[in-house]
Design a protein. Sequence first.
Length: 144
Amino acid sequence: MKQPRLGLATLILVIVISLGIISLFEEATFSTWVAYLFMCCVPAQIVFALVWNCSMPATVGKMAQPVKGLALTIFCAVAAIILQKVYLFLGPVVSGPLAAGPGGNYQEELWLSSALLGLTFPVLIVITEYFEFWPMKSSADEHK
């Protein structure tokens, strides 16, 4: 089987396996703070591994393992904390006040994850493709 059929067949297989695994659990399993944290890590992992090929920011891309992995983890954690604070600050302006936690049916957390997925991921693609990794790539890297 050749592309694109192989890719589509693999995609369908992954979806079927994922739905099979998910069906074994109750819906409440996926609404805990632990599940929320893990589900929010997926977009960052996609960007770092697939889009940036673990080579951006430029200073981290030149490091050797395991220091590179640790530096990327710290970079990702700091970026996540900053983005969370910015989005939670702007959230009430964009959507009005949202209730947080189980008492509020996790409205704020769901808004945050939707906003991060819907805005941050496309912005990172734009930075990658159209701005050629600026501001994460120094001008010295361009002249090599």
